[in-house]
Design a protein around this ligand. Sequence first.
Ligand SMILES: Cc1ncc(COP(=O)(O)O)c(C=O)c1O
Length: 331
Amino acid sequence: MLEAMRTAPLGDDVYGEDPTVNKLEELAAKKMGKEAALLTTSGTQANLVSVLSQTKRGEEVILEAEAHMYYYEAGAFSAFGGLIPRLVKGQFGILTPQEIESNLRPPNIHFPPTSLVCIENTHNRAGGTIWTPSETKAVYDFAHRRGLKVHMDGARIFNAAIAQGIDVTELTKYADSLMFCLSKGLSAPVGSLAVGDREFIDRARRYRKMLGGGMRQAGVIAAAGIIAIEKMVGRLKDDHANAQFLAKGLASIQGIEINPARVQTNIVVYDVSGLGTNGNKWVEKLLESRVKAGALEDNRIRMVTHRGIEREDIEYALDVAEKTATDIRNR
Ligand SMILES: Cc1ncc(COP(=O)(O)O)c(C=O)c1O
């Protein structure tokens, strides 16, 4: 990637003149089975320009209750788009048409009109869980029957495709717009793409400019992104195997609660309340031995497998977790 970045042909992308950015955007659109794509600085920016492009101020957006877009994106679409989130609790991050329907309000002067449903595949806070094509289709068909658009936060959409052994378009065809990240498992240093039809991308490009995301000679970033898409998708299965290995090892530690069958991709979420400790203390203890984890809330811990984390590293992490759990229990 660094070599590709060093030698990439460059131009001014704000004028559409960076050949490497253009190549990446064409490649991304083709991969996703859509007309066009737009390189953004981050997943957060791609989600934001997408939602702004799909809605009008004062409208309501439906999201799963633990959606990244609601939880971790600093309230961006409400702050910049004047949009109102309506949260619908799903099962493991997945929504059904019935769950959405029971939260849809009829047209009425008292209610903000609903215009967009956002779905997240894989679902981060639910532990990297997967939407299947049929689950996605069900929500997409329902949304369209009600005149709603669907935006897919597909930060890790290739993980969802690889885990199901399907082409990514089997999932993306049920979204009007989507975003995916070149960073994360695809291992590029920076960048995400918003993807959809040409008119959508034209609107998104203008919003990206407003947000300061016109990046001039952005080919240096795009060059790594091209490699991410062309060469790094296949490696995601190794992350999934490592996550499974981690989950099974954690499940065998007394006081840790996790169902490895629920670990579908590269995110491992488990509960440490059985150890009588709390999440932050557990994370601190692991870090003393250079094992990084994050506390989702009081007792839930999140760990992620990615490039550079090999089987031996997981073995080491499990060893540290086992010793830490034993120390806590013997306190
Ligand atoms: C599901 C999901 N959506 C969006 C994002 C945002 O991506 P970024 O960190 O590039 O802004 C993340 C980041 O972790 C994510 O997990």
